[in-house]
Design a protein around this ligand. Structure first.
Ligand code: ADP
Length: 455
């Protein structure tokens, strides 16, 4: 089997325990075929010396480059997180377009290719990840690389009307056409990309997601990412080993717990979700001291302006709900702006009657799948998921809502809290089957088989 070369902005930390789902997935893929994981070291330096740091795991190697401070500003904060992230999440209103940031993005993609090309072997397979590296296929081809090369977009691909707001949309699309396979989280995202190519670049659709565009042929298809449900389930069953979860369980007793877990990001719909919970308890005094919300939302990307504004807004709404409704023996909202170990989050999902996952837009949303995997088979909780989350395409039996419609989220909460055991169980069995069948191994094997089949 050919060697796998994975390229992503951040990699797992060589030699350290792998914590994230993606880090574990890519580790397994690399361990199976051997190869190389290439990415940014996480370090910024004043001036780049064009040197790579090398490290090795048992079955594969790491090669890591440093970014300069200017790269970090322009490529990472400026273009990736202040232009691509908002536009691809349909938030053109929050995007900042800056030609110099794009130029830096372009230069960093070119540097990735320049430093990677000498490490490649003729029969390698290359798999590039996510929106930071959309130009890398073009740069590798320019460096003479001809082998199978795929890209996977972890975040949404918007409708063409939104994507064309990006001043560099045509250049990015043409660069994506240098890949053999462009993978998306949902069929809807893949269709958006093919429709964009047809409308803007007169692309011709062929069978099976294959498109003829920019004088070449590429395939655009969906590969929804999964989780490792067995590990989440085992961690969840062990919730009593965390003293604070045991204390929380004693405190809530027979009352219902609603749980939300997100990075603090404007794509996650946190203000709307908190308002919906506030309206639920404002409208129904019988729920007072009977239901509470735990919302975990650690700040992220604090250097990007839109995130600081969001933090203030969420703080304000959570504070208002508590000051309006709390009582000496009841705090309606426990809002915690902190990260938690994954095992403890799994235990928290297990204690919840309702998992409230209502992003305004999300590539996949792994929390939704983790919530399903964490439930007690004898007494499962109810998952509420918003329609614009990628996960909604697979998790059909969840209660689905429009996250902008606060009254609808309030209604969904009420019906989830009242849902009889039989219906909860039937929905969960169906969700469980899907989450276990379409797990993370299914995702990366499916992607790599499809990539190798493009040749
Ligand atoms: P995103 O990639 O946009 O952050 P996802 O829901 O797809 O959203 O993935 C988030 C991942 O990060 C999940 O695996 C989740 O368990 C984890 N996570 C979310 N919030 C926290 C937190 N407060 N502490 C630790 N991990 C978290």
């Amino acid at each position: 089997m050919s060697r796998l070369v994975v390229v992503s902005n951040r990699t797992a930390t060589p030699g350290a325990p792998r914590s994230g789902g993606l880090a574990t997935a890519l580790h397994d893929a690399l361990a199976e075929s051997g190869g190389l994981w290439f990415g940014w070291s996480g370090q910024t330096v004043e001036a780049s010396d064009e040197k790579l740091a090398h490290a090795a795991e048992d079955d594969y190697a790491f090669a890591l480059l440093d970014l300069t401070e200017a790269d970090y500003e322009g490529y990472y904060l400026g273009y990736s997180n202040a232009a691509l992230w908002p536009v691809l999440h349909y938030r053109v209103d929050l995007a900042r377009f800056d030609d110099e940031a794009f130029a830096q993005y372009d230069r960093v993609n070119a540097r990735f290719a320049r430093l990677l090309a000498p490490l490649m072997r003729d029969d390698d397979t290359v798999w590039v990840h996510d929106y930071h590296l959309m130009l890398l296929g073009r740069e590798l081809r320019a460096a003479g690389w001809r082998g199978p090369t795929g890209f996977f977009l972890h975040i949404p691909f918007p409708s063409p009307e939104v994507f064309t707001a990006l001043p560099q949309h045509a250049e990015i699309a043409e660069a994506l056409a240098a890949f053999d396979l462009v993978g998306f989280q949902t069929a809807h995202d893949a269709e958006n990309f093919r429709r964009y190519l047809a409308e803007q670049h007169a692309a011709t659709p062929l069978a099976d997601g294959v498109v003829h565009a920019f004088g070449t042929v590429l395939r655009a298809a969906a590969f929804p990412i999964g989780i490792d449900p067995d590990s989440v389930s085992a961690a969840a069953a062990d919730w009593r080993s965390h003293p604070d979860l045991a204390r929380l369980a004693r405190g809530i007793g027979e009352d219902a717990l609603v749980v939300g877990v997100d990075r603090l990001d404007y794509s996650k719909g946190l203000p709307q979700r908190l308002e919906a919970f506030g309206q639920l308890i404002a409208a129904d005094a019988a729920l007072h001291a009977r239901v509470s919300l735990v919302q975990i939302a650690p700040p992220s990307r604090t250097e990007v302006e839109a995130y600081a504004d969001l933090r203030e807004q969420v703080d304000r709404i959570a504070g208002r709900i508590n000051s309006d409704h709390a009582d000496l023996g009841w705090i309606p909202v426990r809002y915690i702006a902190r990260e938690y170990p994954r095992d403890k989050l799994a235990g928290l999902y297990r204690l919840a009657r309702v998992g409230l996952v209502t992003p305004l837009r999300d590539g996949m949303n792994l929390v939704a799948k983790e919530f399903v995997a964490a439930q007690d088979p004898g007494d499962p909780g109810v998952l509420i998921v918003s329609e614009p989350a990628g996960a909604a395409e697979q998790l059909e039996e969840a209660v689905q809502v429009n996250p902008y419609d606060i009254a609808a989220v309030t209604d969904a909460l009420r019906s989830a809290l009242e849902m009889p055991h039989g219906e909860r169980s039937a929905r969960w069995q169906a969700l469980r089957a899907r989450v276990w069948r379409e797990d993370v191994g299914w995702w990366w094997r499916g992607y790599l088989d499809a990539l190798r089949a493009t040749r």
